[in-house]
Design a protein. Sequence first.
Length: 178
Amino acid sequence: MTTKTALLATLVLAVLACEKGGETTPPTTGGEATDTPTDTTAAGGDAGGGEAKTEPGAPGVKWADKTYQQRKEWMGIEVLPQMKAMFKEYDEAQFKGFGCDTCHGADGKDKNFAMPTDSIYPLPKDDPVKAAMEYDEAVTKFMVEKVTPEMARLVDEEPYDPKTKTGTFGCFSCHPTE
Ligand code: HEC
Ligand code: HEC
């Protein structure tokens, strides 16, 4: 069992890492997201107040059912550290400044972290993997074999399989179309 302190520490680290990654981005949560949700959860679906206290990021609640605030916490507690480790394992030098903005773009916060972002490399609508392979085989294999399935798992979705055309989470869950 993870203690609350450990979770909080992770969250604070995540927020710090996030700030390092961005240039002028102000602190997203001020690190106090656990106890005092000071953020105006404009896009959040909760009708306001009165809910039972859940753990930060609501690990027991599926991504689709999390509030905006819980999604943000989940990103900081689970997504950022896991994906950062994975990207750094792939290329330490390129991704040493990995943060929220690596996926969401420098304007991620202004756009309420809506995905896909137009800040990362655009891919052609038809057969993005083929085009990406021609562009850079190594990074594409990393995207197909690691990034997509792992990220899908973190948001409770099935990775898209071009062969069977099944699954909901694919390249275009992050990348814009060309
Ligand atoms: C590895 C890429 C990646 C990183 C790093 C990442 N995110 Fe995300 N984030 C996503 C994706 C993909 C989605 C959309 C998931 C979905 O619904 O399909 C998302 C969704 C969100 C949402 C929900 C948006 C909505 O409309 O419901 C928030 C809030 C968010 N991210 C905040 C953050 C914060 C804050 C950080 C840094 C602590 C972060 N993200 C780091 C990929 C990332
Ligand atoms: C969870 C979000 C996410 C998903 C899903 C994802 N990618 Fe990526 N991809 C990224 C990020 C983040 C980068 C690094 C962005 C950067 O270079 O600044 C990247 C980089 C790339 C690059 C290198 C771009 C460059 O500028 O050199 C290619 C090519 C690519 N992805 C292809 C794909 C393909 C093909 C898929 C689907 C099989 C895919 N990606 C799925 C987030 C994602």
